[in-house]
Ligand binder design. Structure first.
Ligand SMILES: Cc1cc2c(cc1C)N(C[C@H](O)[C@H](O)[C@H](O)COP(=O)(O)OP(=O)(O)OC[C@H]1O[C@@H](n3cnc4c(N)ncnc43)[C@H](O)[C@@H]1O)c1[nH]c(=O)[nH]c(=O)c1N2
Ligand SMILES: CCCCC(=O)C(=O)O
Ligand SMILES: [Mn+2]
Length: 470
């Protein structure tokens, strides 16, 4: 992978001096290693170095920094934990990377109202371990231990979304520092209601905005009761089609399934070896989870078991003990790293389409055929309960021809999704790699409307430039 220094904007020594004045010298770095760490996320996309990295400690400091950057027209790139997969944090125009990890307070937990408010350095695992004693949890789970505000910024979801929704459904209010330093509360200061009909939905404007509209400095989130009983299970199928047909039938039966994850034979090969999964074969597989009471999880599992049988799937292998469930879900969450171990030295070009559920069996089958015809390995995993799936295309990062083959495959996959009413990204966002697809997905009026919003909120174009828009 190649690295670039900032191609356009230089942060002047005057601006650095002013930022020093706000933050103190120890909270701003121009060291090569720090800039390098902040230049790339977990994707295999090109990495560009920011000119400096700042570490504000509160909203006031974020606001003061933004005022300086606004006055000097400096790009600002908000940085959560850098687990993104679409190059969202890379500094394509140089500028100031704003690392929010020093703001790590859980500001409030309202047990009776099932909500909490967190700062941008709080990750989902930090929150859930803090919540454990309360009997509550925050279910949105992208696998990676991402910051909750970064998850809001990318509209993340993951394995529990089929039952609990994505970040879009679970963020109630956001505090956002705008490009000129103003501090906005998207639903009004201190508001934390389940419903509102008060004007435009500004909260969801910032969910999925990928740092291009402002810096999220607080998120108020919905919480849920930890289920009384949890039952996980695995079953295997002879074909992709039958595994996905069983998923669609489960959803159509109205089972309130908590997780239903598809892994194809290639991904299973990777996971069996990487996570030492015993008793499973290299076949199309579903990992499932049921939440409820002891009786209700058994009843749900019985119905889904029958659906699986009707689709010629295997009997369930159950994981009832917490240790076995953890092993199963850790294996699922490690799918990305397991995949790359299939080809040592490779990097992953990720894909992330989402389609209406009924279109899923055909598009996954078509995608798998397309990958088989190419020279690349591309395991498939999917949050199939949401119609969302990924192929993880394994490429030699130094081989441009392989990157091209992978990009073409990813493009064809996105085109197929768009053609059946789907989206080019269910959860990873647009970043730098999918800007052309966003334009196609929204159409001219759609993209122009988005641009108008961007220009209204960020007239100087300093918020994470080069992302989302072509
Ligand atoms: C192994 C693995 C597995 C997965 C995933 C990653 C990895 C490495 N992801 C992707 C990733 O975890 C997800 O996109 C997170 O929401 C990114 O959160 P970070 O805090 O790391 O944001 P990161 O720092 O990477 O930033 C991502 C984007 O958000 C912006 N941003 C971050 N914090 C901000 C803030 N406070 N204010 C404004 N903008 C901000 C950044 O500018 C950038 O554009 C994922 N995702 C998913 O949805 N489902 C999944 O299944 C997975 N699975
Ligand atoms: C390409 C997909 C890897 C990360 C991810 O989103 C997942 O494991 O679900
Ligand atoms: Mn995913």
């Amino acid at each position: 992978m190649s690295f670039f220094t900032s191609p356009q904007v230089q942060v002047s020594s005057k601006a650095i001096e002013l930022l020093n004045g706000v933050l103190g010298k120890e909270n701003i770095s121009t060291a090569e290693s720090v800039r390098d760490h902040h230049s790339r996320d977990e994707s295999s996309l090109q990495a560009f170095l920011p000119d400096c990295v700042v570490f504000p400690k509160d909203t006031l400091q974020v606001s003061e920094c933004m005022k300086i950057c606004y006055a000097h027209s400096l790009p600002v790139i908000p940085f959560g934990t850098g687990t993104g997969l679409e190059g969202g944090i890379t500094a394509v125009k140089g500028g100031v990377c704003m690392d929010l990890s020093h703001m790590k307070q859980i500001l409030s937990v309202n047990q009776e109202d099932f909500d909490c408010t967190v700062q941008p350095g709080v990750t989902r695992m930090m929150l859930n371990s803090d919540l454990r004693a309360t009997g509550l949890w925050f279910p949105v789970d992208p696998g990676a231990d991402a910051s909750l505000c970064g998850m809001a910024a990318t509209s993340a979801s993951g394995t529990n979304a089929v039952r609990y929704g994505t970040m879009r459904e679970n963020v109630m209010n956001l505090e956002v520092v705008l490009s000129n330093g103003d501090v906005l509360h998207s639903a009004g200061g201190g508001r934390r209601t389940r419903k509102t009909a008060a004007g435009y939905n500004m909260t969801n404007l910032f969910v999925g905005s990928e740092g291009t509209l402002g810096v999220i400095t607080q998120a108020t989130l919905r919480l849920y009761g930890i289920p009384e009983a949890t039952l996980s299970a695995v079953c295997q199928f002879q074909s992709v089609q039958s595994a996905v047909d069983a998923t669609v039938a489960t959803l159509q039966a109205g089972i309130p399934i908590a997780r239903i994850e598809f892994l194809d034979d290639v991904q299973m090969k990777a996971c069996i070896n990487y996570s030492n999964l015993e008793g499973l074969q290299e076949l199309s597989t579903l990992f499932l989870e049921f939440h409820g009471t002891d009786d209700s999880v058994k009843a749900q599992a019985d119905v889904v078991g029958e659906i699986v049988q009707l689709n010629e799937g295997s009997d369930f292998m159950y994981a009832t003990e917490a240790e076995d469930r953890n092993k199963l879900w850790t294996a699922r969450h490690s799918a990305f790293y397991a995949a790359s171990s299939l080809r040592p030295g490779s990097r992953i070009l990720t894909t992330d389409v989402c389609v209406p559920i009924s279109e899923l069996p055909e598009i996954i089958t078509q995608t798998k055929n397309d990958i088989s015809k190419s020279s690349l390995l591309g395991p498939i995993v999917g949050h199939v309960g949401d119609g969302n799936f990924h192929t993880l295309l394994l490429i030699d990062p130094e081989d441009e021809s392989e990157r091209k083959i992978a990009k073409d495959l990813a493009n064809r996959m996105a085109q197929r999704a768009l053609a059946v009413g789907g989206t080019c990204t269910g959860e990873h966002g647009i970043g730098i790699g999918k800007r052309h697809l966003l334009a196609e997905e929204l159409g001219q009026v759609g993209i122009q409307t988005m641009r108008s919003i961007k220009e209204a909120l960020d007239p100087k174009g300093i918020m994470n430039p080069g992302k989302v828009f072509l």
